[in-house]
Design a protein around this ligand. Structure first.
Ligand code: AMP
Ligand code: GLY
Length: 421
Protein backbone atom coordinates (compact mmCIF):
# COMPACT_ATOMS: atom_id res chain seq x y z
CA UNK A 1 0.00 0.00 0.00
CA UNK A 2 1.28 3.48 -0.87
CA UNK A 3 1.14 5.92 1.99
CA UNK A 4 1.62 9.66 2.53
CA UNK A 5 3.20 11.51 5.40
CA UNK A 6 2.30 15.16 5.93
CA UNK A 7 4.98 17.50 7.31
CA UNK A 8 8.62 18.46 6.94
CA UNK A 9 10.32 18.29 10.35
CA UNK A 10 12.49 15.91 12.32
CA UNK A 11 9.31 14.21 13.47
CA UNK A 12 8.39 13.35 9.88
CA UNK A 13 11.91 12.16 8.97
CA UNK A 14 11.97 9.74 11.91
CA UNK A 15 8.41 8.54 11.21
CA UNK A 16 9.32 8.04 7.56
CA UNK A 17 12.37 5.91 8.48
CA UNK A 18 10.30 3.79 10.83
CA UNK A 19 7.46 3.28 8.37
CA UNK A 20 9.99 2.29 5.71
CA UNK A 21 10.87 -0.74 7.88
CA UNK A 22 7.37 -2.15 7.45
CA UNK A 23 7.17 -4.84 4.81
CA UNK A 24 3.53 -4.04 4.13
CA UNK A 25 4.23 -0.55 2.85
CA UNK A 26 4.72 0.16 -0.84
CA UNK A 27 5.93 3.65 -1.65
CA UNK A 28 6.05 6.53 0.83
CA UNK A 29 5.27 10.07 -0.33
CA UNK A 30 6.10 13.07 1.87
CA UNK A 31 4.23 16.34 1.64
CA UNK A 32 6.62 18.18 1.44
CA UNK A 33 9.28 16.26 3.44
CA UNK A 34 12.93 17.36 3.70
CA UNK A 35 16.36 16.24 2.47
CA UNK A 36 16.21 13.31 4.93
CA UNK A 37 12.89 11.92 3.74
CA UNK A 38 14.07 12.42 0.13
CA UNK A 39 16.58 9.60 0.69
CA UNK A 40 13.86 7.03 1.38
CA UNK A 41 10.62 8.48 0.02
CA UNK A 42 9.29 10.72 -2.73
CA UNK A 43 8.89 14.34 -1.68
CA UNK A 44 5.97 16.22 -3.22
CA UNK A 45 6.08 19.94 -2.58
CA UNK A 46 2.44 20.99 -2.71
CA UNK A 47 0.41 23.11 -0.29
CA UNK A 48 -1.18 20.34 1.80
CA UNK A 49 -3.57 22.85 3.40
CA UNK A 50 -5.24 23.01 -0.01
CA UNK A 51 -7.18 19.82 0.71
CA UNK A 52 -8.68 19.53 -2.77
CA UNK A 53 -5.26 19.70 -4.41
CA UNK A 54 -3.97 17.21 -1.86
CA UNK A 55 -6.79 14.78 -2.65
CA UNK A 56 -6.10 15.05 -6.39
CA UNK A 57 -2.42 14.30 -5.76
CA UNK A 58 -3.20 11.36 -3.47
CA UNK A 59 -5.41 9.85 -6.17
CA UNK A 60 -2.79 10.45 -8.84
CA UNK A 61 -0.19 8.46 -6.88
CA UNK A 62 -2.64 5.81 -5.69
CA UNK A 63 -2.04 6.70 -2.04
CA UNK A 64 -4.50 4.96 0.27
CA UNK A 65 -3.38 6.03 3.73
CA UNK A 66 -2.29 9.41 5.10
CA UNK A 67 -0.35 9.90 8.35
CA UNK A 68 -0.50 13.51 9.55
CA UNK A 69 2.53 14.98 11.38
CA UNK A 70 1.76 18.60 12.35
CA UNK A 71 -1.24 20.17 14.08
CA UNK A 72 -2.36 22.77 11.56
CA UNK A 73 -3.94 20.44 8.98
CA UNK A 74 -5.56 18.46 11.81
CA UNK A 75 -7.11 21.55 13.40
CA UNK A 76 -8.27 22.63 9.93
CA UNK A 77 -10.09 19.33 9.40
CA UNK A 78 -7.89 17.24 7.10
CA UNK A 79 -9.11 14.01 8.71
CA UNK A 80 -12.81 14.76 8.17
CA UNK A 81 -12.13 15.83 4.58
CA UNK A 82 -10.06 12.79 3.58
CA UNK A 83 -12.40 10.33 5.31
CA UNK A 84 -15.35 11.80 3.44
CA UNK A 85 -13.38 11.18 0.25
CA UNK A 86 -12.63 7.56 1.15
CA UNK A 87 -8.93 7.97 2.00
CA UNK A 88 -7.77 6.34 5.21
CA UNK A 89 -6.16 8.80 7.56
CA UNK A 90 -4.38 8.47 10.90
CA UNK A 91 -5.07 11.48 13.11
CA UNK A 92 -7.88 13.07 15.13
CA UNK A 93 -11.01 14.68 13.68
CA UNK A 94 -11.47 18.45 13.49
CA UNK A 95 -13.58 18.31 16.66
CA UNK A 96 -11.10 16.25 18.67
CA UNK A 97 -8.23 18.44 17.42
CA UNK A 98 -9.72 21.32 19.38
CA UNK A 99 -7.90 19.81 22.35
CA UNK A 100 -4.87 21.57 20.87
CA UNK A 101 -6.57 24.07 18.55
CA UNK A 102 -8.51 25.85 21.31
CA UNK A 103 -7.05 26.23 24.78
CA UNK A 104 -10.47 27.51 25.93
CA UNK A 105 -12.10 24.25 24.75
CA UNK A 106 -9.44 22.20 26.55
CA UNK A 107 -9.69 24.21 29.79
CA UNK A 108 -13.49 24.02 29.87
CA UNK A 109 -13.25 20.23 29.58
CA UNK A 110 -10.76 20.25 32.47
CA UNK A 111 -13.18 22.27 34.58
CA UNK A 112 -16.23 20.13 33.83
CA UNK A 113 -14.43 16.79 34.28
CA UNK A 114 -12.27 17.90 37.22
CA UNK A 115 -8.99 17.33 35.40
CA UNK A 116 -6.08 18.82 37.39
CA UNK A 117 -4.76 21.92 35.59
CA UNK A 118 -3.78 25.52 36.41
CA UNK A 119 -6.65 27.78 37.54
CA UNK A 120 -7.75 29.92 34.63
CA UNK A 121 -10.13 32.48 33.23
CA UNK A 122 -11.18 32.81 29.60
CA UNK A 123 -11.35 36.49 28.60
CA UNK A 124 -13.26 37.68 25.55
CA UNK A 125 -12.35 41.38 25.72
CA UNK A 126 -10.27 43.99 27.57
CA UNK A 127 -12.99 44.70 30.15
CA UNK A 128 -13.27 41.03 30.97
CA UNK A 129 -9.47 40.81 31.30
CA UNK A 130 -9.24 43.87 33.56
CA UNK A 131 -11.78 42.39 35.98
CA UNK A 132 -10.33 38.89 35.93
CA UNK A 133 -6.65 39.72 36.41
CA UNK A 134 -7.39 41.06 39.92
CA UNK A 135 -7.72 37.47 41.13
CA UNK A 136 -4.28 36.40 39.82
CA UNK A 137 -0.87 36.76 41.43
CA UNK A 138 2.35 37.29 39.46
CA UNK A 139 3.81 35.61 37.53
CA UNK A 140 0.74 35.35 35.34
CA UNK A 141 0.52 33.10 32.31
CA UNK A 142 -1.20 34.71 29.33
CA UNK A 143 -2.18 32.43 26.47
CA UNK A 144 -3.74 32.90 23.07
CA UNK A 145 -6.72 30.59 22.64
CA UNK A 146 -5.91 29.31 19.14
CA UNK A 147 -2.89 27.95 17.27
CA UNK A 148 0.03 30.36 17.44
CA UNK A 149 3.04 28.40 16.11
CA UNK A 150 4.56 28.12 19.58
CA UNK A 151 4.35 31.89 20.21
CA UNK A 152 1.02 32.00 22.02
CA UNK A 153 2.17 31.63 25.65
CA UNK A 154 3.89 34.35 27.67
CA UNK A 155 4.80 34.09 31.33
CA UNK A 156 4.40 37.67 32.58
CA UNK A 157 6.33 38.85 35.63
CA UNK A 158 4.14 41.94 35.97
CA UNK A 159 0.46 42.75 35.45
CA UNK A 160 1.56 45.55 33.09
CA UNK A 161 3.19 42.98 30.81
CA UNK A 162 0.07 40.78 31.01
CA UNK A 163 -2.07 43.72 29.82
CA UNK A 164 0.35 44.40 26.96
CA UNK A 165 0.33 40.77 25.74
CA UNK A 166 -3.43 40.37 26.07
CA UNK A 167 -4.04 43.61 24.13
CA UNK A 168 -1.98 42.23 21.24
CA UNK A 169 -4.10 39.06 21.21
CA UNK A 170 -7.41 41.00 21.41
CA UNK A 171 -6.20 43.09 18.46
CA UNK A 172 -5.83 39.91 16.39
CA UNK A 173 -2.09 39.10 16.59
CA UNK A 174 -3.02 35.46 16.00
CA UNK A 175 -5.55 34.89 13.25
CA UNK A 176 -6.81 31.67 14.87
CA UNK A 177 -8.65 33.37 17.78
CA UNK A 178 -8.93 36.65 19.70
CA UNK A 179 -9.72 35.04 23.06
CA UNK A 180 -7.19 35.19 25.90
CA UNK A 181 -6.67 32.62 28.63
CA UNK A 182 -5.34 33.90 31.94
CA UNK A 183 -3.65 31.18 33.92
CA UNK A 184 -2.10 30.66 37.30
CA UNK A 185 1.65 29.87 37.09
CA UNK A 186 2.46 26.26 37.94
CA UNK A 187 5.83 25.55 39.46
CA UNK A 188 7.25 22.07 38.90
CA UNK A 189 9.02 19.83 36.42
CA UNK A 190 7.66 19.50 32.89
CA UNK A 191 7.37 16.13 31.18
CA UNK A 192 5.43 14.67 28.29
CA UNK A 193 3.37 11.51 28.16
CA UNK A 194 2.38 10.04 24.81
CA UNK A 195 -0.46 7.76 23.73
CA UNK A 196 -1.94 6.29 20.60
CA UNK A 197 -5.71 6.33 20.81
CA UNK A 198 -8.67 4.85 18.93
CA UNK A 199 -12.44 4.74 19.43
CA UNK A 200 -12.31 1.95 22.01
CA UNK A 201 -8.93 2.17 23.66
CA UNK A 202 -5.48 3.63 23.97
CA UNK A 203 -1.93 2.50 24.38
CA UNK A 204 1.04 4.16 26.11
CA UNK A 205 3.48 5.49 23.53
CA UNK A 206 6.38 6.49 25.76
CA UNK A 207 7.55 9.47 27.77
CA UNK A 208 10.04 12.26 27.08
CA UNK A 209 11.38 15.57 28.28
CA UNK A 210 12.02 18.44 25.90
CA UNK A 211 14.13 21.61 26.36
CA UNK A 212 12.10 24.54 25.08
CA UNK A 213 14.40 27.44 25.93
CA UNK A 214 16.92 28.41 23.28
CA UNK A 215 19.99 28.76 25.54
CA UNK A 216 21.81 26.57 28.04
CA UNK A 217 20.60 26.64 31.67
CA UNK A 218 17.09 27.04 30.23
CA UNK A 219 17.55 30.72 29.42
CA UNK A 220 16.19 32.84 26.59
CA UNK A 221 12.97 32.64 24.61
CA UNK A 222 10.95 29.50 23.91
CA UNK A 223 11.64 27.47 20.77
CA UNK A 224 9.95 24.45 19.21
CA UNK A 225 12.39 22.33 21.25
CA UNK A 226 16.20 22.23 21.36
CA UNK A 227 16.66 18.61 22.36
CA UNK A 228 14.91 15.78 24.17
CA UNK A 229 15.41 12.42 25.77
CA UNK A 230 13.32 9.36 26.49
CA UNK A 231 12.23 7.84 28.78
CA UNK A 232 11.49 10.62 31.29
CA UNK A 233 12.39 9.04 34.64
CA UNK A 234 10.09 11.44 36.52
CA UNK A 235 7.09 9.59 35.03
CA UNK A 236 7.14 6.56 37.29
CA UNK A 237 4.49 3.82 37.39
CA UNK A 238 2.53 5.52 40.17
CA UNK A 239 2.45 8.82 38.29
CA UNK A 240 1.42 7.07 35.08
CA UNK A 241 -1.61 5.58 36.84
CA UNK A 242 -2.57 9.07 38.03
CA UNK A 243 -2.11 10.55 34.52
CA UNK A 244 -4.43 7.94 33.03
CA UNK A 245 -7.04 8.11 35.77
CA UNK A 246 -7.13 11.86 36.36
CA UNK A 247 -6.36 13.23 32.89
CA UNK A 248 -6.58 10.80 29.96
CA UNK A 249 -9.73 8.87 30.86
CA UNK A 250 -11.86 11.93 31.73
CA UNK A 251 -10.74 13.64 28.49
CA UNK A 252 -11.73 10.66 26.35
CA UNK A 253 -15.03 10.48 28.24
CA UNK A 254 -15.62 14.18 27.53
CA UNK A 255 -15.30 13.45 23.80
CA UNK A 256 -17.56 10.42 24.08
CA UNK A 257 -20.20 12.45 25.94
CA UNK A 258 -20.20 14.74 22.91
CA UNK A 259 -20.59 11.71 20.58
CA UNK A 260 -17.04 12.17 19.34
CA UNK A 261 -13.89 10.11 19.70
CA UNK A 262 -10.12 10.46 19.38
CA UNK A 263 -7.80 8.67 16.97
CA UNK A 264 -4.10 9.23 16.54
CA UNK A 265 -1.10 10.27 18.56
CA UNK A 266 -1.95 12.19 21.72
CA UNK A 267 0.67 14.28 23.49
CA UNK A 268 -0.10 15.07 27.12
CA UNK A 269 2.02 18.05 28.25
CA UNK A 270 2.38 17.93 32.04
CA UNK A 271 3.72 19.82 35.00
CA UNK A 272 4.69 17.45 37.79
CA UNK A 273 4.48 18.73 41.35
CA UNK A 274 4.98 16.49 44.40
CA UNK A 275 4.45 13.39 42.22
CA UNK A 276 1.07 14.73 41.03
CA UNK A 277 0.37 15.51 37.36
CA UNK A 278 -1.20 18.77 36.13
CA UNK A 279 -2.25 19.16 32.50
CA UNK A 280 -0.52 22.11 30.81
CA UNK A 281 -1.54 21.37 27.26
CA UNK A 282 -2.66 18.75 24.82
CA UNK A 283 -1.07 18.34 21.42
CA UNK A 284 -2.97 16.25 18.91
CA UNK A 285 0.20 14.88 17.30
CA UNK A 286 3.64 13.60 18.24
CA UNK A 287 6.06 16.13 19.66
CA UNK A 288 9.09 17.30 17.77
CA UNK A 289 11.89 16.62 18.86
CA UNK A 290 10.23 14.12 21.27
CA UNK A 291 9.22 11.84 18.39
CA UNK A 292 12.90 11.42 17.50
CA UNK A 293 13.67 9.85 20.87
CA UNK A 294 10.57 7.66 21.15
CA UNK A 295 10.36 6.09 17.70
CA UNK A 296 13.96 4.75 17.70
CA UNK A 297 13.18 2.85 20.94
CA UNK A 298 10.06 1.22 19.47
CA UNK A 299 10.56 -2.36 18.31
CA UNK A 300 6.98 -2.96 17.10
CA UNK A 301 6.06 -2.23 13.47
CA UNK A 302 4.54 1.28 13.45
CA UNK A 303 2.40 0.57 10.39
CA UNK A 304 0.87 -2.36 12.26
CA UNK A 305 0.05 -0.12 15.24
CA UNK A 306 -1.55 2.47 12.93
CA UNK A 307 -3.65 -0.22 11.28
CA UNK A 308 -4.83 -1.53 14.64
CA UNK A 309 -5.85 2.00 15.58
CA UNK A 310 -7.69 2.48 12.27
CA UNK A 311 -9.64 -0.70 13.02
CA UNK A 312 -10.25 0.37 16.65
CA UNK A 313 -8.36 -2.69 17.87
CA UNK A 314 -5.56 -1.01 19.83
CA UNK A 315 -6.63 -2.87 22.95
CA UNK A 316 -5.37 -6.07 21.27
CA UNK A 317 -1.82 -4.95 20.58
CA UNK A 318 1.13 -4.98 22.95
CA UNK A 319 4.08 -2.76 22.13
CA UNK A 320 7.65 -3.80 22.53
CA UNK A 321 10.38 -1.26 23.44
CA UNK A 322 14.17 -1.35 23.54
CA UNK A 323 15.78 -1.05 26.97
CA UNK A 324 18.05 1.61 25.49
CA UNK A 325 17.66 5.27 26.37
CA UNK A 326 17.61 7.82 23.58
CA UNK A 327 18.56 11.49 23.20
CA UNK A 328 18.47 14.03 20.40
CA UNK A 329 20.21 17.40 20.13
CA UNK A 330 18.94 19.93 17.63
CA UNK A 331 21.36 21.88 15.45
CA UNK A 332 19.74 25.24 14.68
CA UNK A 333 20.41 28.16 12.35
CA UNK A 334 22.12 31.06 14.18
CA UNK A 335 19.45 33.58 15.17
CA UNK A 336 16.66 31.02 15.75
CA UNK A 337 13.96 31.42 17.15
CA UNK A 338 14.28 35.00 15.87
CA UNK A 339 15.53 35.89 12.38
CA UNK A 340 17.94 33.52 10.71
CA UNK A 341 19.35 32.90 7.25
CA UNK A 342 18.34 30.02 5.00
CA UNK A 343 20.14 28.42 2.08
CA UNK A 344 23.40 27.66 3.89
CA UNK A 345 25.26 24.53 2.76
CA UNK A 346 25.69 21.57 5.14
CA UNK A 347 28.54 19.14 4.48
CA UNK A 348 27.25 15.89 5.91
CA UNK A 349 27.57 13.48 2.99
CA UNK A 350 30.57 11.65 4.43
CA UNK A 351 28.98 11.11 7.84
CA UNK A 352 27.52 7.62 7.88
CA UNK A 353 24.79 6.52 10.27
CA UNK A 354 25.87 3.98 12.87
CA UNK A 355 23.58 1.43 14.54
CA UNK A 356 22.80 3.66 17.50
CA UNK A 357 23.79 7.08 16.16
CA UNK A 358 22.15 8.85 13.27
CA UNK A 359 21.20 12.20 11.75
CA UNK A 360 17.55 13.12 11.44
CA UNK A 361 16.78 15.99 9.09
CA UNK A 362 14.44 18.89 9.89
CA UNK A 363 14.74 22.20 7.98
CA UNK A 364 16.81 20.90 5.07
CA UNK A 365 16.42 20.73 1.31
CA UNK A 366 18.46 19.11 -1.42
CA UNK A 367 19.25 21.55 -4.20
CA UNK A 368 21.70 20.83 -7.06
CA UNK A 369 23.22 17.95 -5.13
CA UNK A 370 23.83 20.08 -2.02
CA UNK A 371 22.03 19.82 1.29
CA UNK A 372 21.06 23.31 2.39
CA UNK A 373 19.36 24.77 5.45
CA UNK A 374 15.71 25.68 5.01
CA UNK A 375 14.48 26.36 8.54
CA UNK A 376 15.31 27.31 12.12
CA UNK A 377 15.78 23.78 13.38
CA UNK A 378 17.96 22.15 10.75
CA UNK A 379 19.46 18.80 11.78
CA UNK A 380 19.15 16.51 14.78
CA UNK A 381 21.74 14.06 16.01
CA UNK A 382 20.07 11.11 17.73
CA UNK A 383 21.84 8.50 19.81
CA UNK A 384 20.75 5.44 21.82
CA UNK A 385 22.55 3.70 24.66
CA UNK A 386 22.47 2.77 28.32
CA UNK A 387 23.85 5.96 29.84
CA UNK A 388 22.65 9.50 29.09
CA UNK A 389 26.05 11.09 29.80
CA UNK A 390 27.81 8.79 27.30
CA UNK A 391 25.01 9.29 24.77
CA UNK A 392 25.32 13.06 25.00
CA UNK A 393 29.10 12.93 24.59
CA UNK A 394 28.71 10.88 21.40
CA UNK A 395 26.12 13.28 20.00
CA UNK A 396 28.30 16.31 20.68
CA UNK A 397 31.32 14.61 19.05
CA UNK A 398 29.17 14.00 15.98
CA UNK A 399 27.89 17.58 15.86
CA UNK A 400 31.50 18.74 16.01
CA UNK A 401 32.25 16.59 12.96
CA UNK A 402 29.39 18.31 11.11
CA UNK A 403 31.25 21.54 11.95
CA UNK A 404 28.49 23.82 10.66
CA UNK A 405 29.64 27.39 11.17
CA UNK A 406 26.15 28.81 10.56
CA UNK A 407 24.61 26.80 13.40
CA UNK A 408 24.41 26.41 17.17
CA UNK A 409 23.11 23.87 19.68
CA UNK A 410 22.69 23.33 23.42
CA UNK A 411 25.38 21.23 25.08
CA UNK A 412 23.37 20.72 28.26
CA UNK A 413 20.47 18.65 26.94
CA UNK A 414 19.49 16.12 29.60
CA UNK A 415 20.88 18.12 32.54
CA UNK A 416 18.11 16.85 34.80
CA UNK A 417 19.10 13.22 34.22
CA UNK A 418 22.86 13.82 34.00
CA UNK A 419 24.07 14.77 37.42
CA UNK A 420 27.81 14.75 36.65
CA UNK A 421 28.81 17.26 33.99
P1 AMP B 1 2.04 25.52 25.90
O1 AMP B 1 2.08 26.13 24.52
O2 AMP B 1 0.72 25.54 26.56
O3 AMP B 1 2.79 24.24 25.94
O4 AMP B 1 3.00 26.45 26.79
C1 AMP B 1 4.36 26.64 26.46
C2 AMP B 1 5.18 26.53 27.69
O5 AMP B 1 4.79 27.52 28.64
C3 AMP B 1 5.02 25.22 28.44
O6 AMP B 1 5.81 24.22 27.89
C4 AMP B 1 5.43 25.62 29.84
O7 AMP B 1 6.84 25.65 29.94
C5 AMP B 1 4.93 27.02 29.94
N1 AMP B 1 3.62 27.06 30.62
C6 AMP B 1 2.40 26.99 30.03
N2 AMP B 1 1.42 27.08 30.96
C7 AMP B 1 2.03 27.22 32.16
C8 AMP B 1 1.58 27.35 33.49
N3 AMP B 1 0.27 27.42 33.80
N4 AMP B 1 2.50 27.44 34.47
C9 AMP B 1 3.82 27.42 34.21
N5 AMP B 1 4.32 27.30 32.96
C10 AMP B 1 3.44 27.20 31.94
N1 GLY C 1 8.47 19.93 21.35
C1 GLY C 1 7.23 20.48 21.67
C2 GLY C 1 6.15 20.20 20.75
O1 GLY C 1 6.27 19.40 19.84
O2 GLY C 1 5.09 20.80 20.90
Amino acid sequence: MNIALIGSGGREDVLCRKLKDSRQIGKIFCFPGNAGTAKIATNLDINFLNFKLLLKTLRLYNIRLVVVGPEEPLVKGIVDFLKKNKIKVFGPSKFASKLEGSKAFMKLICKKYKIPTANFKICRNKEDFKNSIKKFNSPIVVKADGLAAGKGVVICKTKKKAFEISNQIFKGKFKSSKKVILEEFLDGEEASYFLIVDKHGYINFGTAQDHKKVFEKDLGPNTGGMGAYSPAPIINKELEIKIIKRIVKPTLKALKDRKQFYRGFLYVGLMIKNNDPYLIEYNVRMGDPECQVIIPRLKTDLFKIINYSLKNKLKKIKLSWEKNKCMTIVLCSKGYPGNYKKGKILKIKKLKDEKNLFIIHAGTKKIDGNIISAGGRVLNVVCKGRNFLKIRKKIIQHIKKINWKEGFYRKDIGWRVIKKV
